[in-house]
Ligand binder design. Structure first.
Ligand SMILES: Cc1cc2nc3c(=O)[nH]c(=O)nc-3n(C[C@H](O)[C@H](O)[C@H](O)COP(=O)(O)O)c2cc1C
Length: 159
């Protein structure tokens, strides 16, 4: 079982979140690959049981680099169904569109037929940071990685 944490980050904030998410996946005993979307190929996606996408918030949505990966993923439309997915973001300010960004990524994953999970506590849709992630956000990122890894174990065993 292997999980991909794919991120785009210009000034490093989303990258720090991605590292914490990958750490959380590993804490659940699952292999995690951390990849910058600018260096990755869409052909990587089918190789994973789950993928978690992190992007900075740009105009309330994901960055074009992350959207390109998702647009390119049409090559595997129908073949990613049943995999597990997740999303996280760093935005510049409160009310800057962090949640709409997370949801824009989750929408694409749902269209692939992927399984996504919410959170009853803080960070309902997925982890969000304002600028650089603080300790609270990094802890939420780790918890999110662990939660997705645990969910992936269950989903993969049932399919
Ligand atoms: C092109 C562009 C658009 C942005 N749009 C928004 C926005 O709509 N809302 C917001 O809160 N921050 C916005 N920001 C700020 C970034 O989301 C913020 O600086 C983030 O922490 C950058 O993450 P990174 O360090 O991973 O690149 C924008 C930044 C850029 C460069």
């Amino acid at each position: 079982m292997k999980i991909l944490v794919a991120y785009y980050s210009r000034s490093g904030n989303t990258k720090k979140m991605a590292e914490a998410v990958a750490e959380g996946v590993k804490q659940a005993g699952v292999d995690a690959d951390l990849k910058d979307v600018s260096t990755m190929n869409v052909d990587d996606l089918p190789l994973y049981d789950a993928f978690i996408c992190g992007s900075p918030t740009y105009y309330g949505l994901m960055a074009a680099e992350m959207k390109k990966l998702l647009d390119d993923s049409v090559k595997y439309h129908g073949k990613l169904s049943g995999k597990v997915g997740g999303a996280f973001t760093s935005a510049g300010g409160i009310g800057g569109g962090a949640e709409t960004t997370v949801l824009s990524i989750l929408e694409a994953l749902l269209i692939h037929g992927m399984v996504v999970v919410g959170e009853a506590g803080s960070f309902h849709y997925g982890p969000v940071a304002i600028g650089e992630p603080d300790e609270k956000v990094l802890a939420a990122c780790k918890k999110y990685g662990t939660k997705i890894a645990d969910l992936t174990k269950k989903v993969i065993n049932e399919t």
